[in-house]
Design a protein around this ligand. Sequence first.
Ligand code: HEC
Ligand SMILES: [Cu+2]
Length: 357
Amino acid sequence: MTWSLPHFRRAVARAPGRLLALVALALLAIACNEAHPRNTLQPIADTGDISAWFYHMLLWVDVVILVLVMGVWTFAVLKYRQRPGDTELPPQDFGNHKLELIWTVLPTIIVIAITVPTVGGIFKLAERPDPNQKIIVVEITGKQWWWEFDYIKEGINTANELHVEAGTQVLLHMTSADVIHAWWVPRLGGKRDATPGRRQDMHFIAREVGTFDGQCAELCGASHALMGTRIIVHPPAGEDSYQHWVEEQQEKAKEPAAGSPEEKGRKVFLEKGCVACHSIAGVAELAPGARSRTSGPNLTHVGGRTRIAANTLENNVDNLAKWIKNPQSIKPGALMTNLGLTDEDAKAVATYLFSLK
Ligand code: HEC
Ligand SMILES: [Cu+2]
């Protein structure tokens, strides 16, 4: 059986429901909703603007090519199709120089037209931040399966949620402590590998205040999919300013009231071995000069994070207790020891940690 337009028309007439279902499915697949926490095409930084611009430019160049090629093809198929009574092959046309020139020169021109702005964009992304303007410098270390952030100038060591200021240059120095990870916050644009023994830089100026999600983009082991991150862009002034956050982070951990559940939690923290991997400024200090205990996130202000375990769980006392009791039940292979805490001890230490804003 040959398949022709009349066949197709008849098939559609017989089963219009199926065609409708197909269209509905396609619309569902592109799910039109408003919240796009990880949409590269809604950039919030200068770097993201550049990559989104390339996407749109290439998309439209490709749409034009697609329409032209499919148009010519459809025309040829319809006009020169085999008709009843056609028994011979049409004249065969090999080595038509004019045609061959056209389909060599035209694509070459298109490729050059795309390459020139692309190379320009690559150079723009590689430019160094302006040293005469304010720069927030953060060293990022990827670890299985979380991110450590060191604000060298500010003397802050924190994890998983990167805080920056809108309108200010941010320079990230990126490396890894174990395997290769990749830092990717889609709305900032661009990924950067975090490679052990190497430093790679990335910089941007975020323009929109808010919270934006990211994800490790390099397969790095069992909990790779649960190695998220967040970037929190603060306004330059006001109650919620970046400067305010910096000053809070530079403080030592809050002292719990005598006899409070928090004080009991701190006791559990100090006695159950958590200090082998975690530091809390003023409670479990580091050796002078050390930036962190390499194995676990700094917990000095852990209660102030929006999420825990690298953007895996909402930050609240219940989730903290669940995590502390059995980290591997939440993140397969998590490199935090299950210390066999009782429910009571887990709850107490969770209450204490959550109070550390
Ligand atoms: C062997 C080292 C080790 C020990 C001991 C340890 N942890 Fe952890 N902890 C880690 C690591 C590694 C992570 C990060 C895991 C991840 O996100 O994949 C972590 C994460 C956490 C987090 C989440 C932090 C965040 O920013 O998301 C909390 C809270 C925590 N640990 C509390 C504790 C408590 C309380 C104890 C003691 C009962 C403890 N840890 C014992 C290594 C350790
Ligand atoms: Cu990773």
